[in-house]
Design a binder for this molecule. Structure first.
Ligand SMILES: [Zn+2]
Length: 296
């Protein structure tokens, strides 16, 4: 069986796992820092799995990438990762092929390979940022450079709040966890995480409720656009913010149903936090040949 390492570099947490035959053997999670910390975590995971070296390494990251070179370009959500040659660094350290892709596309691959949610869906991650990955007829839709499905950067308000990508009024700027935390902290005058803000909204705080319900409406609007463009069999949601789906879900679905002509099927991923990690681990089997690039 293939022994692969999956790495999911999130805006907040990084997860590293040893995966064999589709099963997570060992995993580690830690606050996102730099490539050195990823390298250290891979060594820890390899030692715990009893593997001398990995067969391949797949890395998902929430940043604009050069997939062919396996390099991160800019990194609005990842301080310290600008222009990091992930393939070069990890390939040199571990002597195996390394592949890099958008983290939400990795989560869509995880869903396709392990989630049992069919062959025609859009995966949307609602977390620190908002990302997406498209699967049509069992095939990953990559786009021209691997950036297809970036639902978080659909502009919903031309003069809305600034987004980390440099534009204004993107879905991510209206509803992403980092944006909610920042705007909630400013509005309430105390440092708050997005989860804190959601809890306050749930408890009836009017300021928190206004911010969170506006975010739900924006997510519903974003999903309605996705549904109208692609008409997937279903939209699969994951990411840290969706842990509060019981509270948020009805608001998102109300907005979505008001904006889509036919009611889309929306489900949460059964893979929880592991969708991106599992997808990164099996990324080598899905990545287009022309983006495999020169490997170590
Ligand atoms: Zn943006």
């Amino acid at each position: 069986m293939d022994r692969t390492i999956g790495v999911d570099v999130g805006g907040t947490q990084t997860r590293v796992a040893a995966v064999e035959g589709g099963h997570l053997r060992v995993r580690r999670a830690f606050p996102t820092r730099g490539i050195r910390e990823v390298e250290d975590a891979i060594r820890v995971v390899l030692a715990a799995a009893g593997w001398p070296k990995p067969g391949t390494i797949g890395v998902g990251a929430p940043a604009p990438l050069d997939m062919r070179a396996g390099r991160i370009l800019t990194c609005p959500n990842l301080p310290g990762w600008e222009k990091v040659g992930v393939r070069e660094e990890l390939g040199r350290a571990f002597g195996c092929p390394v592949y890099l892709a958008n983290d939400a596309t990795c989560a869509a691959i995880g869903e396709l390979a392990f989630g049992g949610r069919g062959r025609d869906f859009v995966y949307v991650t609602w977390s620190t940022g908002i990302g997406g990955g498209v699967v049509a007829g069992g095939e990953v839709v990559w786009g021209a450079t691997g950036a297809a499905g970036e639902i978080g950067h659909i502009v919903l308000q031309a003069e809305g709040p600034p987004c980390a990508c440099g534009k204004k009024g993107c879905l991510e700027a209206l509803a992403g966890g980092a944006s909610l935390a920042r705007r909630g902290s400013e509005a309430l005058g105390v440092p708050l995480s997005a989860q804190d803000l959601v809890r306050l909204a749930q408890a009836g705080d009017p300021v928190a409720r206004d911010l969170v319900l506006t975010a739900c409406q924006a997510v519903g609007q974003g999903l309605a656009i996705v549904h109208e463009v692609l008409e997937p069999e279903r939209i699969v949601l994951g990411g840290g913010i969706t842990r509060s789906w019981e509270f948020l879900g009805p608001h998102v679905l109300f907005a979505l149903q008001g904006m889509a002509r036919t009611p889309p099927q929306v489900t949460l991923t059964p893979l929880g936090d592991d969708a991106g990690l599992l997808g990164a681990a099996v990324l080598p089997a899905y990545i287009p040949n022309e983006w495999r690039g020169p490997q170590t």
